[in-house]
Write a new protein. Structure first.
Ligand code: 5AD
Length: 354
């Protein structure tokens, strides 16, 4: 176990069987030691900076039917809304005043959000806030559409791969969605020039040491700039309503392992992590995460973007409570960075130091 962690720190990669062995026996890992290594790695590249991104949940319509997700199309009880451009811009306006320099536009795969309409929104945000980064998280689209949005000024794209094991992917998704297509999208995004975020839920039904080993092999090959990783939380109107949630312990451990694999990655301590534990986000940062994404959506729609049950939306994860968040981060030795917080680049990626 110890030898495998040493090897990971030295080489930033493990063989698939090594990953599987490490992950199967993860309960034996010295967690305090692992977290302090991951935190040291974060500090080496980012100092005490934690980056904030303002999350705008633009639409809760979705044409997909992912089994885990509360806004899947067959959920008749999901409340649906779509923000118009003026509302999205008003969210950015408020966010800018509060100090945000990255706006993340996230939505279900909503046919009502047309490629040209999104491009126009991106252009409007970049014209109004030229010093800000725009991140899109709108799902799978043809390469031409990703290119259109990139040309409109979008900087980053979040598209979690969800699991890198094809059978597990099929257990989480309807048959029309495939891992192969997901990965094609991720490659297209990187190729176009986006900073790209992949990622997966921790503790999703069917996840195992074997599927997690596939996730780590994918991450160490693809080397995304960002990795979104949060616990699976059941949503009561989905087929996975009765499945257990992912644990805090596993999420922290996997965050730390991602930090050791991709030392310069932007790694959010997610809202889902904050939802399963009151100090979830701080603990995530202490395990190597370095991004938080407070909710900038209009308060009236926040409850409607219900991917899972009991999602936090009124406490310090709300963008208007940035002062509260700053205080909580200060208490763990971190400061909120005001810059756009771009991926720091690969040059000089120091190996062999942890
Ligand atoms: N629990 C936790 N995360 C979820 N997501 C969707 N449904 C859930 C859930 N029930 C995550 C997916 C998706 C991201 C936007 O939210 O990983 O990529």
């Amino acid at each position: 176990m110890k030898a495998l962690l040493e090897k990971l720190c030295r080489q930033r990669r493990l063989e698939r069987e090594e990953w599987e062995g490490l992950l199967a026996r993860r309960r034996e890992i010295d967690r305090a030691g692992l977290f302090s290594r991951a935190e040291a790695e974060r500090r080496r590249h980012f100092g005490d900076a934690v980056f904030v991104r303002g999350l705008i949940e633009c639409s809760s319509f979705c044409k997909n039917d992912c089994r885990y997700c509360g806004i899947r199309r067959s959920n008749r009880r999901a409340a649906r809304y779509r923000l118009d451009r003026a509302t999205v811009l008003a969210c950015c306006e408020k966010g800018y005043e509060w100090g945000f320099r990255t706006f993340v536009l996230q939505a279900g795969e909503d046919p009502g959000l047309t490629p040209e309409g999104v491009a126009e929104t991106v252009r409007a945000i970049k014209a109004r806030f030229p010093d800000c980064a725009v991140t899109l998280s709108l799902g799978e689209f043809p390469r031409e559409v990703y290119q259109l949005w990139f040309d409109a000024g979008a900087d980053r794209y979040l598209l979690r791969h969800e699991t890198a094991d094809p059978d597990h992917y099929a257990c989480l998704h309807p048959p029309e969605l495939t891992l192969a297509h997901r990965l094609d999208c991720l490659r297209d995004l990187k190729d176009i020039g986006y900073q790209v975020g992949a990622g997966f839920m921790v503790g999703s039904p069917g996840q195992s040491a074997r599927t997690l080993a596939a996730d780590f092999c994918f991450l160490q090959e693809f080397r995304p700039h960002m990795v979104g990783l949060g616990p699976f939380i059941p949503q009561k109107d989905t087929p996975f309503a009765a499945e257990p949630a992912g644990t805090l312990e596993d999420t922290l451990l996997l965050l730390a392992l991602v930090r050791l694999t991709l030392p310069r990655a932007l790694l959010p301590a997610t809202t889902a992590l904050g939802t399963i534990h009151p100090q979830g986000r701080e603990l995530g940062i202490l395990a190597g995460a370095n991004v938080v994404m407070p909710n900038l959506s209009p308060p009236a729609v926040r409850g409607k973007y219900a991917l899972y049950d009991n999602k936090l939306c009124t406490g310090d994860e709300a963008a208007e409570h940035l002062a509260g968040l700053k205080k909580r981060l200060k208490a763990i030795g971190c400061t909120v960075a005001v810059s756009r917080g771009d991926f720091p680049g690969a040059e000089g990626e120091a190996k062999n130091k942890c």
